[in-house]
Design a protein around this ligand. Structure first.
Ligand code: CP
Length: 326
C-alpha cells in the first residue's frame, strides 16, 4: 500500500493534486478487484475512524462503515445530537479529543455557511486526517466515486467528451450545492468539457465558478453555462442531473415555493435522454425524487449507472482512508 498521502486531510476537491487523485483511483480499482476476488485488504487493521454526522445519510454512512470493516478496522457512528456539542464542545474539543482517540475523523455537516468552516476548524486541531463526508461547499468523496465510474464506463481518455451537470426539480428538500460544485472543479482536470445547466436563480457560488473556469483554462477543456436543459443535453456523453437549492432564495417561503414550481419541468426523462448521444450515461449521487427529478424509465433504464456509482463510493473511500490513515 502506497502511503505518501499519510496524514493528509481531504476537505476540498482540489486538496489532492491531479496526480494524487490518480493514485487514489488506482488504489480504488485494486481494492475493488480484490473484493471481487475475495482477497483480504487489511490495510487499516486496529485503526478506528470517527464518523460524525450532523445530517442524515444512507450511502455515506454505509460505505464508510463497510469500507473500514473491509480494511480490517472499525468505524464509530456518532450522531451530533448525541454528543455534548450543543453543550459547549467546540470544533477545538472535537479535533483535539477525537484526534487522540481515533485514527481519522470523518464529518458530514451541510449547514449553509457553517459546514465547511466547522470541518476546517476541526482539522486545525486534529493530529489525524480529517475527511469531508459532505459540507455546504464540497462533496469530494462523491466526486471521486463519480470519476471512478466515468473511467469504468467511458475509458481514461475523456478529452472532448461532454459532461452535463444540470439542475433538476425536486420536491423533497432543498439539497446542498456541494455535488455540482465538486464536479465542476474536479472533472476538467481529467479532460471533460463541462456544460453547466440551471435556471438563473439556481446558480453556484461565484468563487467556485471562478475556480472551475480557472481549472478548465489550465487543462484546456470547455466550460459553458446555459439555462436550458434541452440545449445542454444535446450530444452529451455524460448526463449528471440533480436538484440543488438556491443560494439566495429559500423554498420554504411562499415566494421560494413559487419560484421552484416554475421549473418543475426540469426532469430527466426519456425524451431528454434521447437528445444526448445514444451511448450517453445517466448519473445521480442519490437520493433522487423518482418521477419528479428523474423518471423511473431513465433511473432503471440501460443508460443509468447510479448503482455502480453508489458502489464506487465505498472503493474510493477505502482508497483514501488506506492512503491517509495507514
Ligand atoms: N450521495 C450521498 O451522499 O448519499 P447519502 O446522502 O445517502 O449519504
Amino acid at each position: 500500500m502506497q502511503t505518501y498521502l499519510r496524514g493528509r486531510d481531504l476537505i476540498g476537491d482540489l486538496d489532492f493534486s491531479k496526480e494524487e487523485v490518480e493514485t487514489v483511483l488506482e488504489v480504488a480499482f485494486d481494492l475493488k478487484r480484490k473484493r471481487a476476488l475475495g482477497e483480504p485488504t487489511p490495510y487499516l487493521r486496529d485503526k478506528v475512524l470517527a464518523m460524525l454526522f450532523f445530517f442524515s445519510s444512507t450511502r455515506t454512512r454505509g460505505s464508510f462503515e463497510a469500507g473500514m470493516a473491509h480494511l480490517g478496522g472499525h468505524a464509530a457512528f456518532i450522531e451530533s445530537r448525541t454528543t455534548q456539542i450543543a453543550h459547549g464542545d467546540t470544533p477545538k474539543e472535537i479535533g483535539e479529543i477525537f484526534g487522540r482517540y481515533y485514527d481519522g475523523i470523518a464529518i458530514r455537516h451541510v449547514d449553509w455557511g457553517v459546514g465547511n468552516k466547522y470541518i476546517t476548524e476541526v482539522a486545525k486541531y486534529s493530529r489525524v486526517p480529517v475527511l469531508n463526508m459532505q459540507c455546504d461547499i464540497y462533496h469530494p468523496f462523491q466526486c471521486l466515486a463519480d470519476l471512478m465510474t466515468i473511467f469504468e464506463k467511458k475509458g481514461r481518455d475523456l478529452r472532448r467528451k461532454k459532461m452535463v451537470v444540470s439542475w433538476a426539480y425536486a420536491a423533497s428538500y432543498q439539497k446542498p450545492i456541494s455535488v455540482p460544485q465538486s464536479l465542476i472543479l474536479q472533472m476538467p482536470r481529467f479532460g471533460l468539457d463541462i456544460v453547466l445547466a440551471h435556471p438563473p436563480e439556481f446558480r453556484l457560488m461565484p468563487e467556485i465558478m471562478d475556480m472551475a473556469r480557472e481549472q478548465a483554462r489550465k487543462y484546456g477543456t470547455g466550460f459553458e453555462v446555459v439555462d436550458d436543459m434541452d440545449e445542454a443535453f444535446k450530444d452529451a456523453d455524460i448526463i449528471y442531473a440533480k436538484s440543488w437549492g438556491a443560494l439566495v432564495h429559500t423554498t420554504d417561503t411562499e415566494e421560494g415555493a413559487r419560484l421552484l414550481q416554475k421549473y418543475s419541468n426540469w426532469i430527466t426523462d426519456e425524451r431528454r435522454m434521447a437528445l444526448a448521444k445514444p451511448d450517453a450515461i445517466y448519473m445521480h449521487p442519490l437520493p433522487a425524487d423518482r418521477n419528479i427529478e428523474v423518471t423511473d424509465g431513465v433511473m432503471d433504464g440501460p443508460q443509468s449507472v447510479v448503482y455502480d456509482e453508489a458502489e464506487n463510493r465505498m472503493h474510493a473511500q477505502m482508497a483514501v482512508m488506506a492512503l491517509t490513515m495507514a
